[in-house]
Write a protein that binds this ligand. Structure first.
Ligand SMILES: [Ca+2]
Length: 125
């Protein structure tokens, strides 16, 4: 609430337009997540960490990295958000989703997606 009032006041002053831009940047940072994929179960082996916008956009996993090779994952997600993993790099095929309040998977084999994941998408709710 306090932030909203600050924003309204600042938006009227052209000198503070930059602050408005910074404010919008802050919003986009808040709706992003950091995701790590691991080659082996229990977060072992090679890993790949990337930032993910929580905007439902399909994000393919790099072919030269852990596409079709990930066996576990962990992440830093804001509250009321989640992440989905897909079998194919266009976000088709098998799909498994987790909410931010759930434990990240330490073995994709349990989810029937071991060495299969080719894309991810983040969401908020
Ligand atoms: Ca795949």
């Amino acid at each position: 609430m306090k932030q909203k009032i600050w924003y309204k006041t600042c938006a009227k002053d052209p000198k503070i337009q930059l602050s408005r831009m910074q404010f919008l940047t802050l919003i986009s940072v808040v709706s992003a997540a950091s995701v790590s994929l691991f080659e082996h179960r229990d977060h072992q082996g090679h890993s790949q960490t990337f930032d993910l916008e929580l905007d439902n956009a399909c994000t393919p996993i790099d072919r030269s990295s852990l596409q079709d090779k990930a066996s576990s994952a962990e992440w830093d997600l804001p509250e009321r958000s989640g992440i989905c993993f897909f079998e194919h790099d266009d976000c088709s095929g098998d799909m498994e989703c987790w909410f931010s309040f759930q434990q990240p998977p330490n073995n994709f084999k349990d989810d029937g997606m071991n060495d299969e994941i080719s894309a991810v998408a983040g969401f908020t709710y």
